[in-house]
Design a protein around this ligand. Structure first.
Ligand code: SAM
Length: 242
């Protein structure tokens, strides 16, 4: 997969050299490039913004600069152009799975009051898959952190990125529709708190049942909306609300 991030703060994306995303880049599983938007500015001050049409506070990012950048960076019909914005629908694990199938993701990181709305409109009309998405109901200073969040969520789903693909199966927000059960490791007793006996029993069937019950209880307590959204077929005969 190829990922391109266009930003006025390329240094913000330095974290993409680290950990699993960094390894995916060095192993060739991921071709990730970060571009400085100012490269495409045409005046000697390398200006990327201007005052809002209609007046008001702040500055808006210019469509001509973004257009020049995106014309060069977008590779073809398999590209998803992601425009992070607090006014979009929320990015979810389902979105991450869908984008993991794309040939290319391009993140257009806004700053100030955001990017002139004609940019998304233009590329959508040109047949590009444009996704204006939020990472949550709060406002950040720019799209860079959102691009980091979404890149990590997508890249860890690419085949070969996570050493043991089984790690992806029982996760929160996965197919089961439940949050993950609590996890423990050694020491068995820590500050007078014990690892639950069943996890030390070696009885795989009982451990699986306990984990399922814990996942159900945790989801009911923390995210009742997820329980309400479960299909009846998602519950097995031994499931019980605790
Ligand atoms: N005035 C805009 C509004 O109220 O919708 C907020 C602009 S914000 C200060 C600047 C940029 O940060 C946005 O263009 C977007 O790229 C990014 N951003 C801020 N919050 C975000 C969020 N929750 N999800 C995704 N991107 C966000």
């Amino acid at each position: 997969m190829r990922i391109d991030v266009v930003t006025i703060f390329p240094e913000y994306l330095a974290a993409l050299d680290l950990s699993l995303v960094g390894k995916a880049r060095t192993s060739g599983l991921l071709d990730l490039q970060v571009h400085d938007l100012r490269t495409w500015a045409t005046d000697r001050h390398r200006t990327v913004d201007d005052t809002p049409a209609g007046g008001g506070a702040g500055m808006v990012m210019r469509p001509d600069v973004w257009g020049a950048a995106l014309d060069e960076v977008i590779q073809g019909p398999g590209t998803v152009l992601v425009v992070p914005t607090p006014s979009g629908p929320t990015f979810t694990q389902e979105t991450a799975h869908a984008w993991a199938e794309a040939d290319q993701l391009v993140f257009a990181c806004g700053r100030y009051e955001g990017i002139d709305a004609r940019v998304a409109e233009h590329y959508r009309a040109a047949g590009v898959q444009v996704r204006e998405v939020s990472i949550g109901d709060y406002v950040l200073n720019g799209g860079e952190v959102a691009a980091l969040v979404m890149t990590e969520a997508v890249v860890r789903l690419l085949p070969g990125v996570i050493g043991n693909p089984a790690s992806l199966v029982e996760e929160s927000h996965g197919e089961a529709g439940l949050l993950e059960y609590p996890v423990f490791t050694r020491p068995v007793t820590w500050r007078e708190l014990d690892v639950p006996d069943v996890l030390m029993s070696g009885h795989h069937g009982k451990i699986a049942r306990w984990r399922r019950d814990q996942a159900l209880a945790r989801t009911a307590a923390r995210r009742p909306d997820l329980v309400a959204a479960l299909e009846p077929t998602a519950l097995d005969k031994d499931d019980r609300a605790t």
